[in-house]
Design a protein around this ligand. Structure first.
Ligand SMILES: C[S@@+](CC[C@H](N)C(=O)[O-])C[C@H]1O[C@@H](n2cnc3c(N)ncnc32)[C@H](O)[C@@H]1O
Length: 334
C-alpha cells in the first residue's frame, strides 16, 4: 500500500473537476500519495515534479513518472495539480511557466494548509491567470483555482549583480534567498579566507543559488556544490557558469569516504515549511566520513540551533565569527 492522502491532497482530489484527456502535471507532492491518486484517476499522461530529490524519490516509488525539470513537467499540461510552495517566488515561477509552456487551456488547482496560505498567493496566481478563486476550507485546508491564462513574460531565473562580491547571482523561484545574499551567508563569506589550502575537493553543501561555490571556485581547483533542490541546482549552474561541479544530492550521502578537504555550508533549517534540525545534524555526522583527516567543516547558523556540541564531538571547534543572529564555526576533523 502506498502513502496516505493528507487533508490537502483529499481536498485537491475533490476539487479537480473534469480531467483533461491530455497531460496533467502534479507539482510539489512530497510523499507520492497525491501524484499516485491523480494518476489512478487519469489513467495516463501524468508527470510529476517535486523540487526536493527526497520527495521526487517518494513520488517515483509511488509509480508516477517524474522529472527534475519544472518546465518539462509543465510542457503541454492542461491541468496543474499543485501543492502550494512556501515561497511566492516559487509559486510565480510555476504559474508563469505553466502559462508559457502549458496547453492553451491550462488551469491550476493549488492546495495548502490554511495557516500557510496568504492573500498574496491569489495575487501571484492572478498575475498569470484571468480567474482566480478559492474553495471553501475543509480540515484546515483550502484550494485555489486559476484559469484563463494571460499573456505573460518569463521572468525566471532572475539575476542580480553584487558589486561587493563582483558576482552575478542567478535564482529560480524556489531557491533560498532568491538573488539576495543571505545575511548568514554574507557572514560566512567574510571568513572564507580562513580556510586552509587543500588539493582535495572543497564542498559547498546546500548550495542554494551557488554564492559560496562561486567564491570558492576562485581559490580552489576542485569545488563541488550539492543541493537536494532542483531549483537550487539550476540556479547554481547559472551562478557558477561552469566553474563548479553541481550535483542534486541528499546531503553528503554520495561522496566517497575521506575524499573532501573542506566543507562550507549555510545548512538547512527547514524541511518544507517545518523548522527541522535533523538534516543538518545528519550532515555533521556524515562530514566525519567524507572529510580527510585534518579536513575542515565551516558552518554558519543561527546561534540558538543545537549544533555546537555535535560539532565538538567531531573535532576541535572554534568560533570564527558571530553577530547578533549568526555564528560561524570551524571544526577540524581529528
Ligand atoms: C540556508 S540554505 C543556504 C543556501 C546557500 N548556500 C546560501 O548560502 O544562500 C540551505 C540549502 O540547503 C538545501 N538543502 C536542504 N536539505 C538538503 C539536503 N538534505 N541535502 C542537500 N541540500 C539540502 C536547501 O535546498 C537550501 O538550498
Amino acid at each position: 500500500m502506498g502513502p496516505d492522502l493528507d487533508p490537502v491532497d483529499r481536498l485537491l482530489i475533490d476539487e479537480l473537476g473534469d480531467l483533461p484527456s491530455g497531460r496533467i502535471a502534479v507539482v510539489g507532492d512530497d510523499h507520492g500519495a497525491l501524484a499516485a491518486a491523480v494518476a489512478e484517476l487519469a489513467g495516463t499522461g501524468v508527470v510529476a515534479h517535486s523540487d526536493s530529490l527526497v520527495s521526487e524519490r517518494r513520488v517515483a516509488a509511488a509509480g508516477v513518472e517524474v522529472t527534475p525539470d519544472l518546465a518539462a513537467a509543465l510542457t503541454g499540461a492542461h491541468l496543474v495539480v499543485l501543492r502550494l510552495p512556501g515561497s511566492l517566488d516559487a509559486l510565480d515561477e510555476v504559474a508563469r511557466t505553466a502559462v508559457i509552456v502549458g496547453a492553451p487551456d491550462v488551469r491550476v488547482v493549488a492546495g495548502g494548509r490554511v495557516k500557510h496560505m496568504t492573500r498574496s498567493m491569489n495575487d501571484v496566481l492572478a498575475a498569470s491567470f484571468e480567474q482566480v478563486s478559492a474553495s471553501l476550507g475543509r480540515q484546515k485546508s483550502r484550494v485555489l483555482h486559476a484559469a484563463g491564462p494571460r499573456e505573460v513574460e518569463q521572468t525566471w531565473p532572475r539575476s542580480r549583480h553584487h558589486d561587493g562580491l563582483d558576482l552575478t547571482v542567478h535564482a529560480h523561484g524556489a531557491a533560498f534567498a532568491g538573488t539576495r545574499v543571505d545575511a548568514g551567508t554574507a557572514l560566512l563569506v567574510s571568513q572564507l579566507d580562513q580556510l586552509a589550502d587543500t588539493d582535495a575537493t572543497v564542498v559547498d553543501l546546500g548550495c542554494g543559488t551557488g554564492v559560496l561555490a562561486a567564491l570558492l571556485a576562485r581559490r580552489f581547483d576542485d569545488v563541488v556544490a550539492l543541493d537536494v533542490s532542483a531549483a537550487a541546482v539550476a540556479s547554481t549552474l547559472a551562478t557558477t557558469a561552469g566553474a563548479v561541479d553541481v550535483r542534486r544530492t541528499d546531503g553528503l550521502t554520495e561522496l566517497a569516504d575521506a575524499s573532501v578537504g573542506a566543507i562550507v555550508s549555510n545548512p538547512p533549517f527547514h524541511v518544507g515549511t517545518a523548522k527541522d534540525s535533523t538534516p543538518t545534524l545528519q550532515m555533521i555526522d556524515d562530514a566525519a566520513r567524507v572529510l580527510v583527516p585534518g579536513g575542515e567543516l565551516v558552518l554558519v547558523y543561527n546561534a540558538h540551533l543545537p549544533y555546537l556540541q555535535r560539532l565538538r564531538d567531531l573535532g576541535p571547534t572554534d568560533v570564527l565569527m558571530r553577530d547578533r543572529s549568526y555564528i560561524v564555526t570551524r571544526t577540524v576533523l581529528a
